[in-house]
Design a protein around this ligand. Structure first.
Ligand code: FAD
Length: 244
């Protein structure tokens, strides 16, 4: 059965990085979701109807108090949604389908959870922050790894630095593939995030790995994890593939 569509109105738009904005949509009609899930935005552009998928970047607790979901969108040259949302002003109305996806956090985990994302692929982990705090307080080790090209592409960094500062069980690493000047004391690392894997003492018995964002990163990282003996139950992934 098709999921219902919920009416939504663009309430606010904020810049997150040189190429990424956060769109806050007020959603009506009893919408609900689990942290880590995504929605489909249904919209019209130049007389045609389209839908595009976006992860929800704020927690259900935040949604319950504001009735707004937050979406981080990186613009691509000539993209339909990119064209619409780069120009969109508060008041824009569209429909939201969902929620979808199984990139959700476990209620309990006795081991380490590694959350790896490239670009806006960090958004679903931001929605998990209250759950991550709870898991860490129960002894779960958590490593959040963000991969971008340049520092100017980084989003939601302070949220994750604050999260890591709140518990010794939580670590945050920022990986830059095209940045020269890095500060190891700030947990900044050169190269792709999957280049960190050899240092992490990864083990299928202990680690649950989440991969989200750029399909090439996910394929590379999943192949490296398979070599280490990780099965499908220990690697959760959400590829940000384009709509065709
Ligand atoms: C489950 C899921 C969750 C997603 N979550 C997010 C999210 O939270 N934030 C987000 O920004 N995006 C997310 N995406 C991607 C998003 O759905 C769109 O594909 C993206 O915004 C581009 O849409 P567009 O209409 O602007 O471009 P389109 O009109 O679909 O594409 C136009 C052309 O641009 C090129 N193109 C499209 N996307 C890219 C790209 N990323 N890099 C390089 N070239 C590209 C392609 O050649 C394409 O033919 C997600 C995708 C999936 C499947």
């Amino acid at each position: 059965m098709p999921r219902p569509l919920y009416p939504a109105t663009l309430a606010a738009k904020h810049s997150l990085s040189q190429n990424t904005v956060q769109l806050d949509f007020r959603v009506e009609g009893g919408f609900d979701y689990q942290p880590g899930q995504f929605v489909q935005l249904h919209f019209s552009f130049q007389g045609e109807d389209y839908k595009r998928s976006y992860s929800i970047a704020n927690s259900p607790e935040s949604f319950q108090s504001t009735q707004q979901i937050e979406i981080a969108i990186s613009f691509v040259e000539g993209g339909i949604a990119s064209s619409l949302f780069s120009e969109a002003e508060p008041g824009l109305e569209l429909s939201i389908g969902g929620p979808f996806g199984i990139l959700t956090a476990p209620e309990q985990y006795n081991g380490r959870i590694i959350l790896a994302g490239t670009g806006t692929g960090l958004a679903p982990y931001r929605a998990m922050i209250p759950v991550l705090n709870k898991l860490a307080s129960e002894g779960t080790q958590i490593l959040v790894m963000m991969g971008v090209r340049h520092k100017a592409d980084m989003i939601y960094e302070q949220d994750f630095r604050d999260l890591a500062a709140s518990s010794e069980a939580i670590e945050y690493r920022a990986c830059y593939s095209r940045e020269q000047s890095l500060d190891a004391s700030l947990h900044e690392y050169p190269g792709y995030l999957q280049n960190q894997f050899p240092e992490l003492d990864l083990s299928p018995e202990n680690d649950l790995v989440y991969l989200c964002g750029n399909p090439a990163m996910i394929d590379d990282a999943a192949a490296a994890l398979k070599e280490l003996g990780f099965g499908p139950r220990q690697v959760k992934r959400e590829k940000y593939v384009f709509s065709s």
